[in-house]
Design a binder for this molecule. Structure first.
Ligand code: MBD
Ligand code: FE
Length: 311
């Protein structure tokens, strides 16, 4: 069948009416985007000859996606969030902003409100038998290589089951377990005492995994740790590190891995003296270099709905 109706006056008028282009009212940008996206969908229905059954399966899918609260998870899994990074990288390049620690996606599991400590924070609150102690530390520098004082480094990561506090389906973790914030002193240093994370997997019966299954894709991430580095002197950095050696490092369902974000994991001893649960521990040094403001402003701040809690 090769029915083509997209270019007909009837279909084009319908599209304009649906986006209310004939009126001066409403949000002009929203109308522009709705007209374009709906038009692209109408065109795809024509081009791929999508059946009513396929359309209604899609509509049903959106309902499940919302019920599961997984729209942001799907955005990561379909590469939409990575695509925004590709665009921000290109925008930086066009503005001659080079260097700095690479950005990578935030993901959907940040929780605002972790207590801010000076220099060092122990963020493992709940015991986790299967996770060994880990120190993550580094220096925040500016584009000039000099330490940044008063920067806030936040980190968040999963436990040994791949679950994040606040979103843990087992309810096993306190608010802010494995989430922390440290304010740097004059030396620009931050340090987190925590436990080794394990990679995240999408909820097996959720809408995201359902779609990935149809595509014959997995919904897993390598073990990783998220960071924000915030200061009023430079641009906010959103990034992650992967845990070296994880077999999924180059097979992340959310496409967040980058060459410069796989710091070495060093085996150390002396953990007990440092207040850790075992003498043998691992240490990761992750230095963070920030990039300059553009005309005095952070031109790439991202606003999105984020969970928040009080400690
Ligand atoms: C995560 O932990 C994550 O970082 C992303 C991007 C998606 C799902 C879970
Ligand atoms: Fe994550």
């Amino acid at each position: 069948m090769s029915i083509k109706v997209f270019d007909s006056k009837e279909a084009q008028d319908l599209l304009k009416a649906a986006a209310n282009l004939g009126s001066q009212d409403g949000d002009a940008r929203a109308k522009q985007i709705v007209h374009r996206l709906l038009g692209d969908l109408f065109k795809a229905i024509d081009d791929l000859d999508m059946t009513p059954d396929e359309i209604w399966a899609g509509v049903r899918y959106f309902n499940k996606l919302g019920q599961d609260g997984e729209a942001a998870l799907l955005a990561a899994g379909l590469g939409l969030e990575k695509y925004l990074d590709i665009r921000m990288d290109a925008e930086d390049k066009a503005a001659d902003i080079t260097g700095g620690t690479p950005r990578t996606i935030e993901g959907p599991l940040y929780v605002a409100g972790a207590p801010v400590r000076d220099g060092v924070s122990k963020i493992d609150i709940n015991p986790d038998q299967d996770a060994g102690p880990l120190v993550i530390r580094g220096t925040v520098t500016g584009p000039d290589g000099k330490p940044v004082a008063g920067a806030v480094v936040e980190c968040w990561h999963a436990n040994s089951k791949g679950f994040y506090s606040h979103f843990d389906p087992t309810g096993a973790q306190n608010e802010f377990n494995l989430r922390g914030a440290v304010s740097t002193g004059a030396d620009g240093k931050y340090e987190f005492h925590t436990l080794m994370p394990v990679g995240y997997g999408c909820p097996p019966h959720g809408a995201t995994q359902q779609l990935l299954n149809v595509l014959a894709r997995h919904g897993n991430r390598p073990a990783h740790v998220h960071f924000f580095a915030t200061t009023d002197k430079y641009r906010k950095l959103t990034t992650q590190i992967n845990i070296e050696g994880d077999p999924l490092i180059w097979d992340d369902f959310a496409y967040a891995t980058r060459e410069d974000l796989i710091p070495h994991v060093v085996e150390k001893t002396g953990g007990v003296a440092l207040g850790m649960k075992a003498d043998a521990y691992r240490e990761i040094e992750f230095n963070i270099e920030l990039t300059p403001l553009v005309q005095g402003k952070d031109n790439q701040v991202v606003h999105r709905l984020r969970a928040s809690a009080t400690a």
